[in-house]
Design a binder for this molecule. Sequence first.
Ligand SMILES: [Zn+2]
Length: 255
Amino acid sequence: MTRSQTEIDAPAAFSLDGYAALIDQFLARGYQVRSYTEALADQPHLILRHDLDMSLQAARHIAAIESERELRAHYFVLLRTEMYNPWSARGRADLMAIADAGHEIGLHLDASLYPDRLDALNEACAVECDALEQIIGRAVSMVSLHRPHKSLLGLKDSLGGRPHSYQPRFFSDIGYCSDSRGAWYHGHPSDHPAVLDKRALQLLTHPIWWVTDGEAVAKLDRFAEERDDLLRAELAANCEPYGAARAARSGRRTA
Ligand SMILES: [Zn+2]
């Protein structure tokens, strides 16, 4: 069965039910979910990768869908981001819930923050992996790059002494498909040539696109509003006059 582009990009497909259906579709085709180190290129093996660009909380919903099916996925966490704090009480609780469900936590490295040299990148990666290991109290054995420059796609070398998700064995020797920008801009994963051949596929999804309904821009607007509510609640908790002024304002609105 072939799908039209409209059907592929239909916002309804990018929902929690849509994610569950996508995974079930792969399982029904005989695919097995494997880790990076266990996946074999010529087998119907699926590597589930999630880059957490915006929200740790969103990832918990995706992790639950996988856990219900006893599947293990890879979740990659940014340390140097304005979007979330993996060491806040809330952030760490989200991460530990994912790790305790049996999923692997890896480092999502933003290479653009470092000098454009492999030695500098290796050192930075090792430092960030150490920091993440301190936060989660577990070994970090895999790295993925955040919005990598073209020169890093297909980089053979490991980073910070660890394999990374753009090495040829995970990126070009097997299939690769991503939901970047909230749609399958490079084709639906089911239609990927590797999948049609029953070969291995690395499937990259970003949980933020799957946890709320609607168009991609509306999803991010909703996410921003929720973050704003959280920030204001923290401001109120940390500054009494601010909290009192907010309460008085909302009292006046509801009066
Ligand atoms: Zn990213």
